[in-house]
Write a protein that binds this ligand. Structure first.
Ligand SMILES: [Zn+2]
Length: 108
């Protein structure tokens, strides 16, 4: 159950589902992500694992440390902008959880 996982794990699940939605629609990928999206996902996963805030982590969008290199950040921003509104229909539970994580963001 997604609520039981920690913030980092939750963010991973949500980001992955956003990349999946984007990739299958824009890159016509089937089950697996296309090469480009797969390598972006690997990058994001690594960044999240190394996040210096750990469980105190704010949602990435509001984070003060921009740990993504700029090209990757631009890429993920595009994906989120596209997937964000669609996520409300596809995975309403993730959308709600993300809003909750935002509201309880330790950085506020
Ligand atoms: Zn793709």
């Amino acid at each position: 159950m997604i609520l039981l996982k920690n913030r980092i794990e939750r963010e991973k699940i949500i980001v992955l589902s956003m990349i999946r939605m984007y990739c299958s629609s824009k890159h016509k990928s089937e089950e697996a992500l296309c090469t480009g999206c797969a390598s972006l996902w690997n990058y994001v996963k690594k960044r999240l694992d190394k996040c210096r805030f750990g469980q105190e982590k704010p949602v990435c969008k509001e984070c003060i440390v921009h740990c993504y290199e700029s090209a990757k950040r631009e890429q993920i921003r595009l994906i989120m902008r596209w997937s964000g509104p669609r996520m409300v229909y596809r995975h309403p539970e993730y959308a709600i959880i993300h809003v909750m994580d935002k509201l309880t963001s330790p950085n506020k």
